[in-house]
Design a protein. Structure first.
Length: 255
């Protein structure tokens, strides 16, 4: 999306379609671990010890972060419950009609601590596209966390959302237990409605592309879970790895 916006801003194009399509069934899912005979780079320090799948790699980082800042498991649970709550209003979501409550979350099997089953994103086929066009008026947004009405955060695992929200200034790490509650994270009246379409956890896994589309729906006022303050929506990308990028989408009068 950033490349498309740059091309339009530079006058190289008037209209750019950015798309993502997934049909993984023939080749296996991204979340699968695979047997390898030779490894190099980062994997040479992981594979010999059985660390070969994404949840294993990210669990180390998230668990250390939670330990250092005194963050309790209910913070991750709130992120998952918010996603499933919003998915119940979104007929496009793969988890539409499949609600999640705290008891079911707590009873779900461990994948790798601190991640239970519902802390992990979906694996599904699908497609998404965004149309980027030129604007007659452009100015840099002078906005901060207090101006954001909703956040669409990439969550291959809930721990990444926890860390990203703190790093973007919505709360300090030591405030996570108080901030990350279900009431704070759901639309329309939560302090920071999160992943209002269901996100990767409950709408579907399109490598975060569906998060961009949901941010557009928020700004347009067409989301199935519209935040009360919906004229600015932040998209946080990257699955706990660098480099990362963000999109700040807003209505004409906010940007």
């Amino acid at each position: 999306v950033a490349n498309a916006a740059a091309a339009v801003n530079a006058g190289l194009a008037d209209c750019v379609v950015v798309y993502r399509g997934l049909a993984q069934g023939e080749y296996g899912r991204f979340g699968q671990s695979t047997g390898v005979s030779r490894v190099s780079s980062e994997m040479s320090f992981q594979a010999p010890y059985g660390v070969v799948a994404p949840p294993q790699k990210f669990a180390f980082r998230v668990r250390r972060y939670m330990h250092e800042h005194g963050i309790e498991p209910p913070a991750l649970r709130a992120i998952a419950l918010a996603a499933y709550h919003h998915a119940q209003f979104n007929p496009r979501a793969v988890m539409h009609g499949k609600p999640l409550d705290a008891d079911r979350y707590d009873q779900a099997r461990w994948i790798v601590e601190p991640f239970r089953l519902y802390d992990c994103c979906q694996e599904n086929d699908g497609a998404a596209a965004v149309l980027v066009v030129a604007s007659d008026l452009y100015r840099m947004a002078a906005l901060g966390p207090e101006d954001v009405g909703s956040v669409q955060a990439y969550e291959n695992f809930t721990g990444g959302v926890l860390m990203a929200l703190a790093e973007h200034g919505f709360f300090r790490p030591e405030q996570a237990n108080q901030f990350l509650t279900l009431g704070n994270l759901i639309a329309p009246d939560g302090q920071l409605p999160l992943n209002t379409s269901g996100g990767n956890l409950a709408e579907g896994y399109m490598h975060g592309f569906e998060l961009v589309i949901e941010a557009v729906r928020q700004v347009r006022g067409t989301s199935t879970c519209l935040a009360r303050k919906h004229d600015v929506s932040l998209v946080i990308s990257a699955p706990l790895v660098a480099p990362a990028s963000n999109l700040l989408l807003g209505s004409p009068h906010t940007l």
